[in-house]
Design a protein around this ligand. Structure first.
Ligand SMILES: [Fe+2]
Length: 203
């Protein structure tokens, strides 16, 4: 991935172009985004407080501002396991690129709704299956909707090329806002998924 494709990400109002990049990144790339040989952290298209109360500004500051940044920084400085750090950066790039301000009636629309209905009957059954699979993760990991319609998991970090929608299941993703209530974290996260962006994954 060259720098020219990455630069539009830095324009916070150009969401469509940002997501096109993420789409390319998810489907066509098997590495985290780089300029030359350095990883680049995703620039958020929302303010750090915009996802509150689903995801607090404190969580964004810690999760995005410190933990995600640390994967990028450690990879770039050559510190630690480069494969692990790159995968961590890759997954957080996708995760933080999916959100918008919360709304209680936020639901999938258009192609992603058809896709969910096709593979999981309806959105409620999809959410139930997603929760069941997520709760089955032992230790740290991720859960995601894959391009074949299945709900899949990732242990710790790993780069995958079939992610449509991704939820961070590491403790740091929910502990600050939800203590140990992982189900509430997941139930609330549906309120901040930008389904119009997810839809682009299916086109
Ligand atoms: Fe994380």
């Amino acid at each position: 991935m060259c720098l020219i494709k990455i630069v539009p990400l830095f324009n916070p109002i150009n969401i469509s172009m940002k997501y096109n990049f993420i789409k390319d990144f998810i489907i066509n790339e098997t590495k985290a985004p780089k300029a030359e040989d350095k990883l680049i952290q995703l620039k958020l298209s929302y303010a750090r407080g915009d996802l509150d109360p689903v995801m607090s500004e404190d969580t964004i500051n810690y999760h995005y501002g410190k933990l995600y940044k640390a994967y990028v920084d450690r990879f770039n400085s050559g510190e630690g396991d480069s494969t692990f750090n790159e995968a961590g950066a890759y997954l957080h790039h996708i995760y933080f690129g999916q959100f918008k301000s919360p709304s209680s009636n936020n639901k999938p629309v258009g192609e992603i709704l058809d896709f969910i209905n096709q593979h999981h009957n309806n959105f409620d059954e999809f959410k139930n299956s997603f929760e069941e699979i997520a709760m089955g993760i032992q230790g740290s990991g991720w859960v995601y909707l894959a391009r074949n319609g299945q709900i899949k998991t990732i242990k710790n970090h790993a780069i995958r090329s079939d992610i449509i929608l991704l939820v961070d299941w590491w403790e740091h993703a929910w502990a600050l806002d939800y203590q140990a209530d992982k189900k509430k974290y997941l139930n609330n996260i549906w309120k901040i998924i930008d389904w119009s962006l997810i839809n682009n994954q299916l086109t």
